[in-house]
Design a protein around this ligand. Structure first.
Ligand code: ADP
Ligand code: MG
Length: 709
């Protein structure tokens, strides 16, 4: 990015401006054939009213769609900002070189036949990209649709699709052209204006992150819609997304999220992490609003396009019919919103202003005979109420009211932009007489929905974003007292010995070095040593067969709990030796911790992203219940406490039916210490602490496995 100073005004010239704000476009591979891409793009540019110059390039013809065609780009007498490249893949490297020589700053390669086509295509893509880098050309695509800029100053429709959006403030970025196009179409159908569009196909150079950063810096973009099927450089994406979501909402959807859990096989944290939950975790960590329903995403965009963000979760409802307000209330409450009672002052004003049959409260029912001035009084009162952050309206076009007057009053208050207003507008659009009412609301920027639940969900999303914007996840704790020297030595030693799993004694020493509390233990070489150790630890104890070959010790009779004497230890030890057919079996002797809650914490790794930290309900049922949550390391204190409150069984942690709750602070700290351990030592690829037993206001790890690379 370079900065030019124009007198007092500092103007930033963004390096993607040539792509999104081209003043001249060459179409390399322009064609006279009606249904070819090289023709459709010219048609679209002309039809949409592109304000710059269009230069069709084709060595064989003189004219395309009334525009003079040039044999080569060198014949074009002017500078060219952007070139569409629509030629067979094998000619692309040569053409990119020519673009470089011509001084073109950006190219959109619509042609296919590159990395999506296997090795040969990859080689071609690498080849042209190297040339582009050499000349400083930004490449969009290949194998892509292109971009659209609806700004009346440009009207750049550099795309071969068929929806001609009206200008607005929602910008779309989609890896898949098909999804991008239908999102654009849905916005169009909902009469939502669009600002910028980008669908970048193979994304060999200009990435989703680059586009989002550009949209973030674009003042006229108020909300961003993102569709992706995965992220090529998650760390870069996180960096960009984190800063953009503080400025404007990113509404996102990622496909391929179903299998989570279903595939989780039976052994450890790695499989509990499912196939691809990492994109969702990235969305969560960076404050992106995630949707799993594309229709809902588009509907919600309508609210973001026109309304301010609420300051809190308190909603006031105005309705002129009963039932829909009840439906809406359910959904609003589901979304975390509350309906506070009105102040005495507000009630007094409404008593004076409303019809006698109206209900004064929250919801305010102005009744079906209520007209414009009744809606207006209710709106004014809610705008003035300190304990109200947003307004939800149910407006049915009752045949005995001046519905246009109602609409005008809603619009007037909405345009103050003090608090967001969402409207569930119930009417019959096949009746001519309600068209004007609908038009007044739409033109006035009031988001109108045709179902109470949809409208409530939209308001819920505005609230979700308000929480995201003010959420400070903080920095990871440093825990300066941890003994990373000891930990490092343990890990290096294990690696030297060629181990992939640490032995039990090493595991517990490592945890202790990082301040993670473990139950008193001793690793005994034989039964006799186990008896002595049990005496030292204090009865009752637990005896465990120690062998890194065994994943689930208890399944194989390798765990005996509640041993109360040396005699019991001896018997249990000898039985185990027989069972495992191993005369030299070692034993882990451990303090028995009865009556606690069993929790699990662990770590898995995602290539390109790093460690995921996991927490949930533990014990032997973990694979069945799958009540676990993940976060991307490093995990902060806020994130760790969110993990505790977001498992399904969160209430169990507080204790139910007179039980005492667990020591949550200790668990929150353990999660952060684990996060620090794996961040300090990336060679740890997997970790399981199952169970962590929470008992008597204390917490102890009693079983753990650590895998290294
Ligand atoms: P594995 O997971 O290999 O089967 P664990 O060491 O986790 O073996 O033990 C299995 C179960 O035994 C635990 O889920 C827990 O219920 C119980 N258990 C193990 N160690 C203790 C202990 N020190 N105190 C209380 N219960 C324990
Ligand atoms: Mg276990």
């Amino acid at each position: 990015m370079e900065t030019a100073t124009l007198g007092q005004v500092k103007k930033t010239i963004h390096e993607l401006d040539a792509l999104f704000k081209p003043r001249s476009i060459a179409i390399i591979g322009a064609s006279q054939k009606d249904l070819s891409i090289g023709n459709v793009i010219i048609k679209n540019l002309l039809h949409y009213g592109y304000t710059g110059k269009i230069y069709p390039i084709n060595p064989k013809v003189d004219e395309i769609r009334g525009l003079k065609a040039y044999q080569t780009i060198f014949d074009v007498p002017d500078n060219i900002d952007l070139a569409h490249v629509i030629i067979p893949a094998k000619f692309v490297p040569q053409v990119i070189k020519e673009c470089g020589e011509k001084g073109i700053k950006a190219v959109i390669i619509n042609s296919a036949g590159f990395s999506e086509m296997g090795e040969e295509g990859v080689a071609l893509q690498t080849e042209f990209l190297a040339i582009a880098n050499e000349y400083g050309i930004r490449v969009f695509g290949p194998n892509c649709q292109g971009i659209i800029n609806t700004d009346p100053q440009y009207k750049a429709y550099c795309d071969f699709t068929f929806t001609f959006p009206k200008p607005g403030n929602v910008s779309i970025v989609a890896l898949s052209g098909g999804v991008g196009a239908f999102i654009m179409q849905s916005l169009f159908d909902l009469d939502i204006g669009m600002r910028l569009y980008a669908s970048n196909g193979n994304a060999c150079d200009v990435s989703i992150s680059d586009v989002i950063k550009y949209y973030g810096d674009d003042d006229s973009t108020k909300a961003i819609i993102l569709y992706t099927e995965g992220l090529s450089n998650p760390l870069e994406f996180m960096e960009v997304a984190k800063s953009v979501t503080k400025k404007k909402p990113i509404l996102a959807m990622k496909a391929g999220r179903t299998e989570e859990g279903a595939k989780a096989a039976a052994s450890h944290t790695g499989s509990l992490a499912g196939v691809d939950i990492s994109t969702e975790l990235i969305f969560e960590k960076t404050g992106i609003l995630a949707f799993n329903n594309e229709e809902e995403l588009c509907q919600v965009a309508m609210a973001f396009a026109a309304q301010p963000i609420p300051n809190g979760n308190r909603v006031g409802i105005i309705t002129n019919t009963g039932g829909p307000a009840v439906i809406a209330t359910d959904e609003l409450v589901n979304s975390g919103l509350q309906l506070p009672p009105l102040s005495e002052k507000a009630k007094a004003v409404l008593q004076q202003a409303m019809l006698p049959e109206a209900t004064i409260g929250n919801p305010i029912d102005v009744v079906a005979t209520g007209g414009g001035q009744h809606f207006r009084s209710a709106l004014d009162v809610l705008m003035d109420e300190d304990q109200i952050d947003s307004i939800y309206i149910n407006f049915v076009t009752a045949p005995f009211t001046d519905t246009e007057d109602v609409a005008r009053n809603i619009v007037e208050v909405s345009q103050l932009k003090k608090k967001p207003i969402i409207c569930n507008f119930m009417t019959n659009m096949s009746l001519e007489r309600f068209h004007e009412t609908a038009r007044i609301l739409k033109d006035g920027g009031v988001p109108c929905y045709s179902f109470p639940t949809t409208a409530a969900k939209a308001l819920g999303a505005l609230y979700r974003y308000s929480k995201i914007r003010s959420r400070e996840i903080g920095s990871p704790e440093s825990f300066p007292e941890v003994n990373s020297k000891v930990a490092g030595a343990i890990l290096t030693q294990a690696k030297k010995e060629g181990k992939s799993y640490l032995a039990a004694d090493r595991v517990y020493e490592l945890l202790a070095a990082y301040g993670i509390p473990v139950a008193k233990w001793w690793l005994a070489n034989d039964v006799e040593e186990a008896e002595n150790a049990a005496g030292n630890i204090g009865y009752p104890v637990v005896l465990k067969a120690e062998s890194s070959a065994i994943v689930h010790k208890s399944d194989m009779g390798g765990v005996v709990i509640n041993l109360k004497s040396a005699k019991e230890v001896k018997e249990a030890g000898n039985r185990m030796k027989d069972k495992f057919g191993d005369k030299n079996l070692k034993f882990l002797v451990q303090k028995f911790m009865p009556g606690g809650k069993e929790l699990i914490a662990g770590v898995s790794t995602k290539p390109g992203l790093g460690h995921l930290v996991m927490f949930g309900l533990g014990g032997i049922y973990v694979e069945v219940l799958k009540d676990v949550v993940f976060k991307i390391a490093p995990v902060t204190q806020l994130e760790a406490s969110e993990m505790l409150s977001s498992i399904k069984a969160a209430k169990l942690l507080d204790g139910v039916r007179g039980e005492k709750g667990i020591n949550k602070e200790m668990i929150i700290e353990i999660i952060q210490r684990v996060s620090k351990l794996v961040t300090d030592f990336p060679m740890i690829t997997e970790m399981d602490m199952n169970p962590i037993i929470a008992v008597n206001d204390k917490v102890f790890v009693v079983d753990a496995r650590i895998k290294i690379d």
